[in-house]
Design a protein around this ligand. Structure first.
Ligand code: URP
Ligand code: ZN
Ligand code: ZN
Length: 485
């Protein structure tokens, strides 16, 4: 065996479903040897005794350096967001090349790819379509998907962003033809607008009323509707940020019918409830994200859906606005109604520690399930596996050395992002990353970011997991315009 670049010795590694005492040898950025008691020579040997060795996190829902459509600005560049990723054990992110109204998707994807070059972790792109013109859907989209951007994001709500039903069908149709996965922000726009108008007219404008404007029923209806569309066109989809029991039950019913419907939730839905927005002054704005936080009963239900595999991915939905900033949550002033406060919370660095602490340390899930939720399942669903999401010979040597006993009180400074707050300020977690390696190179150790740049774009070729079922509800295949046997 030629000399290794790095040998990680003495840790307990998650290899597939198993937690095993295992050393890991790395050469040229990939794992080349795995086994207990390796005696290979290496340029560098790291002692991982007492630590878990996990595959680097894959965060498949991250907003970075995106246009907001208003005077508000997202507060992370690729430099800061990727530092935050590394600090939390995440080595790959999938973020959004975001088309605004009237824009060319191809042009914004090219521009976004340039900006991403400063990333310290690897990255891939979802294509956000808000204006599905002929040019975008029939010309630009096929080329962009073929170039490896194999997922599309659509919204069912937000003025100027959400698609109507015909537009959704158009994008689903194109996704099936081009072999891309569609990710959906599912909330009923008309109901939200109606409730918002009524709340504002009643003078109920404080941040704590935001959850009343976006109730579970609005999410449940949209989830049910887009699942029906997915079924009619036989197109696999992922439902983003499932917030509670109502929409999750719709997803389970669809999966029971054999439909290819996947679902993610996020740490904020597992740890924040609607009542937490009831804070003095404007503070509740820090916890405005959509769909909103729900109830403790929804959180218990989400854990159950997670354990049973109905919800298979935990992403951060990192979407950071600074709080005390006229370009952030206070863009419309300190007394602004909830309806004009930018949505979203930062969560890249906190995702894995919060989930480990709430999940593994509190006995709700085991370590293998944790790894699956934050790394393996998203890597598989988005066509990055087995390069990412696993510790295996030939896989990228993206590793996290994780201390399962370490008690840490979270602070904003630990997040290494561009934001001025974290929703988990002062929260004590048990279990924390000690070091993060991207393709065999240490990018974070003991609280310090060690690198500038170094992340690579991950082009995603076709992959079988998102192939359609080949079944339609009628004898007509509307996408290919053929009668089926
Ligand atoms: O509130 C959120 N989630 N903001 C980010 C955009 C989105 O809806 O995913
Ligand atoms: Zn969303
Ligand atoms: Zn999002």
């Amino acid at each position: 065996m030629s000399e290794l670049d790095l040998l990680v010795k003495g840790g307990e590694a998650v290899i597939g479903q198993d937690l095993v005492k295992s050393d890991i040898g790395i050469k040229d950025g990939v794992v080349t040897v795995v086994g207990a008691g390796l005696e290979a020579s290496a340029k560098e040997t790291v002692d991982a005794s007492g630590l878990l060795v996990l595959p680097g996190g894959v965060d498949s829902h991250v907003h970075i350096d995106q246009p907001s459509g208003s005077a508000a600005e997202m507060c992370d560049t690729f430099e800061t967001a990727s530092a935050s990723a590394a600090a939390g054990g995440t080595t790959s992110v999938i973020c959004f090349a975001w088309q605004s109204q009237g824009e060319s998707l191809a042009a914004i994807a090219a521009d976004y790819a340039e900006r991403a070059k400063g990333s310290r972790v690897d990255y891939a792109f979802h294509l956000t379509i808000t204006d599905p013109t002929d040019e975008v859907v029939e010309k630009e989209l096929p080329a962009l998907v073929a170039a490896g951007n194999r997922s599309i994001k659509i919204f069912m709500t937000y003025k100027g962003v959400g698609l109507d039903d015909r537009q959704i069908l158009r994008v689903l149709d194109a996704a099936r033809r081009n072999k891309a996965l569609v990710c959906v922000h599912a909330e009923n726009n008309a109901l939200i607008e109606y409730l918002t108008d009524k709340l504002l007219a009643a003078g109920l404008t404080a941040p704590k009323y935001f959850p009343l404007s976006k109730p579970s029923v609005a999410e449940r209806e949209a989830v049910q509707r887009v699942i029906a569309f997915s079924e009619a066109l036989d197109v696999p989809i992922e439902i983003f940020h499932v917030s509670g029991a109502g929409p999750a039950a719709e997803i389970e019913r669809a999966q029971e019918r054999g439909l290819k419907i996947w679902a993610e939730t996020c740490p904020h839905y597992l740890t924040i409830v609607a009542d937490d927005l009831d804070k003095p002054g404007f503070e509740g704005a820090k916890l405005i994200f959509g769909p909103p936080a729900r109830t403790a009963a929804d959180q218990e239900a989400l854990w159950d859906y997670i354990r049973r595999g109905i919800i298979s991915v935990i992403s951060s939905d990192h979407s950071p606005s600074r709080y005390d900033d006229p370009k952030g949550k206070k863009v419309a002033g300190e007394d602004a109604p909830f309806s004009v406060i930018p949505n979203g919370v930062p969560g890249l660095a906190a995702r894995m520690p919060v989930l480990f602490s709430e999940g593994v340390s509190k006995g709700r899930i085991d370590i293998a399930k944790f790894v699956d939720l934050v790394s393996t399942a998203p890597a598989k669903l988005f066509g990055l596996y087995p390069r990412k999401g696993t510790i295996a010979i030939g896989s990228d040597a993206d590793l996290v050395l994780w201390d399962p006993q370490k008690k840490v009180t979270l602070t904003n400074a630990m997040m290494h992002h561009g934001g001025d707050y974290t929703p988990w300020e002062g929260v004590e977690v048990i279990g924390y990353p000690v070091a993060t390696y991207l393709r065999g190179r240490a990018i974070f150790r003991e609280g310090e970011i060690l690198v500038e740049g170094g992340g690579e774009h991950l082009a995603r070729p076709e992959y079988p997991m998102i192939e359609p079922n080949g079944r339609f509800p009628t004898a007509f295949n509307p996408v290919d315009r053929t009668l089926v046997a």
